[in-house]
Design a protein around this ligand. Structure first.
Ligand SMILES: [Zn+2]
Length: 315
């Protein structure tokens, strides 16, 4: 993992489903703090503890930023706001209403996971007071103690996704727009991370994903701060490999009507694992590779199927 603590940026493990799965990022500048992708409501005590450990007060948190409103990124935004008296929540304009009134998010997730698993994973979603929410548009600028953060509209993973450019560290808070890069998948020999796309339901759009990635790469970032998991160097080779996989997903379109769910998941696994083997070269993959990727492969296959139906319907 890239160490960017000299820029005041540190990942905090939110323990979403397991350690090392999802990171909130603290961004510290002067006497102010921003929390990017705070995680679920259940992660809020971990964020509070991380701030306390750094002798930071909750009153110093001036910004809570959601890259998008998926619950592993922003489910806890309302609960964290309630603890941080001077914080404002910044979220993409398409998603803002759903953090103000999270009923739809709760209901959708409850219908997928069932009440019990939903509670165990996400806790209770606390509404964010509308007057403390800023619905951001493309090119919106936020200043954290004078440090400029610029928001970019980056659809493809979700329509309510934005990436945040931090000029000072030349890094992008990337949410899920640059895929997933688990620490367990990293080479022991190179700096470059392995990234694979996340096409989870229900608004995957491979063309938009590619455009969003290119848009952020035009800024020539040194680092990507990705939720799953942590700061990595923005190696062009890693991004090229990520784009190849996005194109691989898109190329499944003509086959989708014929493929069963299992067959589609197998195709998705093959695309990711082939890219991964290419990345590893002579290094051995972790023994638990299949297990590590199972949930993401399933979610990716579901998202690709939904995208495919949309494409077929629109001709
Ligand atoms: Zn997401």
């Amino acid at each position: 993992m890239a160490d960017v603590s000299r820029f005041g940026i540190e990942p905090i493990d939110t323990h979403y489903t397991r350690p090392g799965h999802a990171a909130a990022h603290l961004l510290m500048e002067g006497d102010q703090v921003a929390v990017v992708d705070c995680g679920t409501t259940l992660a809020v005590p971990l964020i509070v503890e991380a701030l306390t450990r750094r002798n930071l007060e909750l009153a110093q948190v001036s910004a809570i930023i959601a890259t998008h409103i998926h619950l592993d990124h922003a489910g806890g935004a309302g609960a964290l706001l309630a603890q941080c008296p001077h914080a404002t929540l910044y979220v993409h304009h398409v998603g803002a209403a759903h953090l103000i009134d999270p009923a739809k998010l709760s209901n959708a997730a409850t219908s997928i996971y069932g009440e019990e698993l939903f509670g165990n994973r996400y806790g209770v979603i606390v509404p964010a007071p509308a007057e403390r929410v800023v619905a951001v548009e493309d090119s919106f600028e936020l200043q954290l103690a004078g440090r400029v953060l610029r928001f970019y509209d980056t659809p493809g993973h979700a329509r309510h996704h934005c990436c945040i450019w931090d000029e000072k560290s030349r890094g992008v808070f990337a949410g899920d727009a640059f895929g997933i890069g688990y620490k367990e998948l990293r080479s022991t020999e190179k700096d470059e991370p392995f990234l694979f796309p996340t096409s989870s339901p229900a608004a995957f759009d491979p063309a938009a994903m590619e455009t969003s990635i290119m848009k952020m790469m035009e800024l020539a970032p040194d680092y990507l701060y990705i939720t799953h998991y942590g700061p990595v160097v923005a190696a062009p080779a890693a991004v090229a490999r990520l784009l190849d996989q996005v194109r691989g997903f898109a190329a499944l379109l003509p086959l989708l009507p014929e493929l069963s769910n299992d067959q589609l998941a197998a195709r998705v696994f093959a695309i990711i694992s082939e890219a991964y083997m290419d990345y590893l070269g002579n290094e051995a993959p972790p023994a638990e590779l299949g297990e590590l990727l199972t949930e993401d492969v399933d979610l990716n296959a579901q998202g690709i199927e939904i995208w495919g139906k949309r494409m077929w319907k629109n001709g």
